[in-house]
Ligand binder design. Structure first.
Ligand code: ADP
Ligand code: SF4
Ligand code: MG
Length: 427
C-alpha cells in the first residue's frame, strides 16, 4: 500500500501544505481591531440573567447494544471523497483548505531551525452561513491555533481561507481590517482580553471608535443596547472587569464581539472556565443571538458534551488534523473513529439506567513536533483491527457515506451513511 493514499476528502477536510512562519503571541481582539458596525437589529432575549476504564483497553468497548465495527474490505476504505476534493456548498461563508500552522523550533548558539511544531497540519472544511461547526479535541491538538490562523491573528504557514470568496490569507491590510469587522473571536478567558483599567463602556467605545461605527451619545446608546442584548444592565457599563463574575465577563466578551455586527464568530472555549450552570446560560445566549442575528459560529471545546446541543456539524481534531467530521446527530449516534468513541465514552448520559463503558486512552497526545508515522492516533488506538498498516498509512479524511468523514483505514466505505455501516444508534 502507498504511504500516503490518494482519495477524495470533505469540503472541509485535511489538506497538504508546506512552509512555515513564526508567530505566537496571545492577541488582543479589541486592540487588533477585531470588532464592526453597530447593532441595529431587534432585541435578543438572553437566557438567564445570573450572568453567571479501564487503564488500557485491548479493544474498543461498545456501549450497550452496540455492535463491533464491520471489518474493512480490502483498501476500499481509502477511496472516499475528501473535503479537498469536494465543491463547497453555494451558501458557504468560509471555505478553509489545507490550513497549516507550523511553529519553527530554533536551537543552539546560531539559532538553527531544527524542526517545527506542527500545530495545525492540513485542515479543510466549508462553513455554511448560519451554521455552527463544533470543534473538539484534547488540549494541544491545535484548535485555538486553527481558529487564530483563520482570522490571521497568527500568520498561517500554508493553505487558504476564503471568506465570501476572498482569501483572508492573501488580503492586504485594508481588506483584512474590513474582514475583521465581520469575523470576531471570543476567548476562553475574557478577563485576559479585557483591559482591567477600562470600564466596560470604555472598552466597547474603543471598539466602536476604531471602526468608526459610533461616537458620543450614539455610542452610549449602542453600548446600552449591546449590554441589554447579552443579558446585562446599562448601569453595568461603568464597572471594571474585576467587578463581574466569570459568566458576566464572558457576556461582556460577547457584547464586544457583537459591537461590530459580525457574520462569523470563532468561540474559542467560551464556556470552559465556567460552572456547568453558567455554561448553559452562555450557550443559550449564543444560540439566541444566532437565531436573532443570523450568526455563524465555529465553536471550540475540549469536550463533546459541550458542543452537542449547539453544533450543526462537529469536527474532531487530533494532532493538528480533523479526524472525523459529520452532522452532529450522526456523529453522536454513530461515531466512526476510535478516538471519537473514546471522547464520547466520557460524556455522561443523563439516564442512570444506561451505563456506558468508559474508554480510557493510554498515554498523552504525542508531541506535534514529532508526530507518529502513519495514522497519528496509532500509538493510542484501541481498535481491534489496528495493524502494521496503521503505522505506515496516513489515513485521508474520507467520506464514509452520507457526508460522514473519518480518517481511519479500518472504517469501511458505507459505515457513515445512516444504517449503511450497520451500526446501531448510540443514544
Ligand atoms: N506560539 C507558539 N509557539 C510554539 N508552539 C505553540 C504556540 N502556540 C501553540 N503552540 C503549540 O501548538 C500546539 C497546539 O496548541 P493549541 O492550538 O493551543 O491547542 P488547543 O487549543 O487544541 O489546546 C500545542 O502543542 C502548543 O504547544
Ligand atoms: S487507522 Fe488509526 S484510527 Fe484507524 S484503526 Fe488504524 S490506528 Fe486506529
Ligand atoms: Mg485552545
Amino acid at each position: 500500500m502507498p504511504a500516503t493514499p490518494e482519495g477524495p476528502t470533505p469540503a472541509g477536510g485535511q489538506g497538504a501544505g508546506d512552509g512555515q512562519r513564526s508567530g505566537g503571541s496571545q492577541p488582543n481582539a479589541a486592540a487588533d481591531g477585531l470588532v464592526g458596525e453597530g447593532i441595529e437589529r431587534g432585541p435578543v432575549t438572553a437566557a438567564g440573567d445570573g450572568a453567571e476504564g479501564r487503564a488500557q483497553v485491548a479493544r474498543i468497548p461498545e456501549p450497550p447494544g452496540r455492535e463491533e465495527l464491520p471489518p474493512a474490505k480490502g483498501d476500499s476504505d481509502l477511496r472516499g471523497s475528501t473535503p479537498d476534493d469536494m465543491e463547497p456548498p453555494p451558501d458557504a461563508l468560509l471555505v478553509v483548505r489545507g490550513l497549516k500552522k507550523y511553529f519553527p523550533i530554533h536551537k543552539g548558539f546560531f539559532n538553527r531551525h531544527v524542526g517545527d511544531v506542527k500545530a495545525v497540519d492540513g485542515v479543510s472544511f466549508a462553513l455554511r452561513r448560519g451554521e455552527t461547526l463544533g470543534v473538539v479535541g484534547e488540549s494541544g491538538c491545535g484548535k485555538s491555533t486553527m481558529g487564530r490562523s483563520i482570522l490571521r491573528l497568527i500568520e498561517p504557514s500554508a493553505g487558504s481561507a476564503h471568506f465570501e470568496g476572498n482569501d483572508i490569507f492573501t488580503m492586504e491590510k485594508g481588506d483584512l481590517r474590513r474582514m475583521r469587522r465581520r469575523v470576531q473571536i471570543v476567548f476562553q478567558d475574557p478577563f485576559s482580553s479585557l483591559n482591567p483599567r477600562m470600564t466596560i463602556a470604555e472598552t466597547i467605545r474603543e471598539v466602536l471608535g476604531i471602526h468608526g461605527i459610533a461616537k458620543g451619545q450614539k455610542a452610549n446608546d449602542r453600548i446600552a443596547e449591546l449590554l441589554r442584548v447579552v443579558g446585562l444592565r446599562p448601569e453595568h457599563s461603568v464597572r471594571y472587569p474585576h467587578e463581574f463574575s466569570g459568566g458576566q465577563r464572558q457576556r461582556i466578551g460577547i457584547a464586544r464581539a457583537l459591537a461590530v455586527e459580525p457574520d462569523l464568530i470563532v468561540c474559542d472555549e467560551p464556556v470552559s472556565a465556567l460552572d456547568v450552570s453558567v455554561q448553559a446560560q452562555v450557550i443559550n445566549l449564543l444560540q439566541d443571538l444566532q437565531r436573532e442575528l443570523g450568526l455563524t459560529y465555529i465553536f471550540i471545546a475540549h469536550d463533546l458534551s459541550v458542543v452537542e446541543h449547539i453544533s450543526d456539524r462537529v469536527a474532531v481534531m487530533y494532532l493538528g488534523r480533523i479526524v472525523e467530521l459529520a452532522d452532529a446527530r450522526q456523529l453522536y449516534r454513530n461515531p466512526l473513529m476510535p478516538y471519537t468513541r473514546a471522547l464520547l465514552s466520557a460524556v455522561p448520559i443523563p439516564d442512570p439506567r444506561i451505563k456506558r463503558e468508559r474508554v480510557v486512552l493510554q498515554g498523552d497526545v504525542p508531541s506535534p513536533a514529532n508526530p507518529p508515522s502513519g495514522c497519528p492516533f496509532h500509538p493510542r488506538c484501541p481498535h481491534p483491527l489496528k495493524d502494521a498498516d496503521c503505522a505506515k498509512i496516513v489515513p485521508p479524511l474520507a467520506d464514509k457515506g452520507g457526508g460522514h468523514f473519518a480518517a481511519c483505514i479500518k472504517v469501511p466505505l458505507g459505515a457513515g451513511s445512516d444504517g449503511g455501516g450497520g451500526l446501531p444508534v448510540l443514544r
